[in-house]
Design a protein around this ligand. Structure first.
Ligand code: SAM
Length: 238
């Protein structure tokens, strides 16, 4: 589906409720936990370790959604648990957080745990105002604002080779428009997390692009579905 067709697909939005009950998507969610663990065996520890990750960020997340952003705009705690476990179980050296905010804080907290050899964390937003809010929050937490930049500046620098890419930036239209560029940011063998695939129009667009690119993807609905029905897909760059 071309981006323009995606942008005009209001009829899909009207079908959202029905699509959210899609048997195929429910089936994918059920099958994919096993599929993803077969592909990335380190994730077998996910369910045992999730409570420890949730406890690590629950208080700060509560403060963030009540004082800086809002629960429906910030990453869910479920999404943060996934990110925390991906970095702890896979030890990526270069991570980019597209859609700055709480995730920028948690990734930089994790990086600060190894001050002698910290992994590189980049945080990017299409909205300069929200980037500045992130800078303020990082400052309050005593964390570095290194590699914090707008999407335009970031792509202008021609970055790449990230071991982990989080795509949670801007409106769903922005996510669709930038999807190929975002997938291209990942290093061979790297992972890309696409948040908010509960939105059927974006999900369908993403599936079409991933299939066209031959990139394996997995529904992580079973692990990341939150109270607002949001969940994500995990993509492997092979
Ligand atoms: C889903 S949010 C990104 C959330 C981010 N990853 C986090 O952990 O908080 C997507 C976009 O919404 C914008 N945003 C963040 N908080 C917002 C708020 N409270 N109101 C409006 N827009 C917001 C930012 O520009 C961001 O790129």
């Amino acid at each position: 589906m071309a981006v323009n067709r995606f942008l005009k697909s209001g009829y899909v939005r009207a079908k959202r409720r029905l699509d959210d009950l899609s048997p195929a998507e429910a089936q994918r969610a059920k099958a994919d936990v096993e599929r993803v663990v077969a592909r990335l065996p380190e994730l077998a520890a996910f369910e045992d370790r999730a409570p420890e990750s949730a406890a690590r960020y629950a208080d700060a997340h509560g403060v963030y959604v009540n004082s800086v952003s809002k629960a429906n705009h910030a990453a869910s705690l479920e999404f943060c648990v996934l990110v925390d476990l991906l970095v702890r179980l896979r030890s990526p050296r270069r991570v980019v957080d597209l859609g700055s905010g709480f995730t920028s804080y948690m990734l930089r907290s994790w990086a600060a745990e190894t001050p002698d050899d910290p992994p590189e964390v980049w945080s990017v937003d299409d909205h300069a105002g929200w980037l500045e809010k992130t800078r303020g929050w990082l400052g309050e937490k005593g964390l570095t604002d290194k590699h914090l930049l707008t999407w335009d500046d970031f792509v202008g620098d021609n970055p790449g080779n990230f071991d982990l890419v989080l795509h949670d930036m801007g409106s769903m239209e922005t996510r669709a428009r930038t999807l190929d560029a975002v997938l291209d940011l990942s290093a061979p063998g790297g992972l890309v997390v696409l948040d908010d695939v509960h939105k059927p129009d974006f999900r369908r667009f993403a599936i079409e692009r991933l299939e066209a690119r031959g990139q394996p993807f997995f529904s992580l609905k079973a692990w990341t579905r939150d109270s607002l029905t949001r969940y994500c897909y995990l993509v492997i760059n092979q």
